[in-house]
Design a protein around this ligand. Structure first.
Ligand SMILES: [Zn+2]
Length: 343
């Protein structure tokens, strides 16, 4: 089995450089006690941190990767490995609490079971409560020998400065669109989205976050988006009315629909501003707006985007709005109709 450049495990191609830098630090015996891996959601920071933990505990790494054959690798990750502890918001809770961090500190102070050291992973580190952060600070100030703390989170700014300054900060870059598209095509071969241009268009839709797109493709979110975009075109071209359209999309759930609408308006606005389009459907949709020129279309789209934002706030607020009516009025404002025009 060839485990080098394994496409099924991190580090992903856009993380290679940082991974190699860490491996060099490990080989030279100068690894820091604590690392903070930061990167956008959906670009692979969590997978990177988990894989680096596996690598640190691997008894016989191969070509700077965990071997997946030794006793440690076969122990099966944080849930089962006696030298690995994972802290993240527990199911049904938003935060990482102080109890979890006390447990983590106690875990790191014990001696290693396998002799490879001990590793504690904190995922979604931005969710540490203030008291959990303070408890963590003590662990960071008095690191145990052969104990490593790996934090992964969205941005360093979401952590206490005192925690940040005691970790080695490693910003994980997102990929270039072409690299991300090639990676996705390798992982999703045989899918209907296997043309490069198509993949680039979808990546744009997901803010160039390949793991988020992969999840969207697998969960059906992408098909939802594509159908909704077609529906917007049908609305503009009079093939369907607002009331009917609201019924058609209802089963996707209103929050998903409004998230897609926000995404679509952003893509169209960006296309009009830059004059660059990925795929023909987005351009076709922008051109179906009846306004005379790009500037007027842009005005309409900005207004539409404002309305979508307002509705999303309403939906997440304390009131009890009628989603069906909100969808209807949003579709009506998309076609700029004052009154329902149902056939
Ligand atoms: Zn191993």
């Amino acid at each position: 089995m060839n485990l080098i450049n394994d496409a099924t495990r991190p580090p992903w191609p856009w993380q290679e450089q940082i991974w190699r830098r860490l491996c060099r630090q490990q080989q030279s015996g100068v690894l820091a006690h604590a690392y903070l891996f930061c990167g956008d959601k959906g670009t692979g920071r969590t997978g990177f941190a988990r894989e680096f933990a596996n690598f640190l505990l691997c008894e016989s790494p191969v070509a700077e990767r965990a071997c997946y054959q030794c006793r440690s690798c076969l122990a099966g990750g944080a849930e089962h490995h006696p030298d690995l502890l994972l802290a993240q918001p527990p199911e049904g809770r938003k935060d990482i609490g102080v109890d979890q961090i006390r447990e983590l500190a106690e875990f790191l102070s014990r001696s290693s079971f396998s002799g490879q050291g001990r590793v504690a992973l904190i995922l979604q580190a931005e969710r540490l409560t203030l008291s959990a952060s303070n408890a963590l600070l003590k662990t960071l100030e008095e690191p145990a020998t052969s104990a490593y703390l790996l934090l992964a989170g969205i941005s360093p700014g979401s952590l206490l400065p005192t925690i940040r300054s005691r970790c080695q900060l490693l910003p994980l870059p997102g990929p270039d669109a072409d690299i991300a598209a090639a990676w996705l095509r390798q992982r999703l071969s045989g899918s209907e989205f296997d043309s490069s241009e198509r993949m680039l268009e979808l990546l744009e839709m997901f803010g160039n976050r390949p793991l988020a797109l992969e999840q969207g493709l697998r969960s059906g979110q992408v098909s939802e988006f594509v159908s909704l975009r077609q529906l917007l075109l049908d609305l503009l071209e009079g093939r369907i009315g607002a009331q009917h359209a609201a019924k058609v999309v209802a089963k996707a759930g209103e929050s998903a629909v409004f998230e897609h609408l926000a995404r679509i308006s952003t893509i169209l606005i960006r296309g009009l501003v830059n004059g660059e389009w990925r795929g023909t459907e987005n351009r076709q949709l922008a051109e179906a707006l009846t306004e005379a020129d790009s500037a007027a279309r842009l005005g309409v789209l900005l207004e539409f985007q404002r309305q979508v934002t307002k509705v999303r706030q309403q939906l997440s607020g304390p009131g009890n709005p009628n989603p069906q009516l909100l969808l209807e009025s949003t579709f009506r404002s998309w076609t700029r109709q004052e009154r329902p025009r149902e056939s």
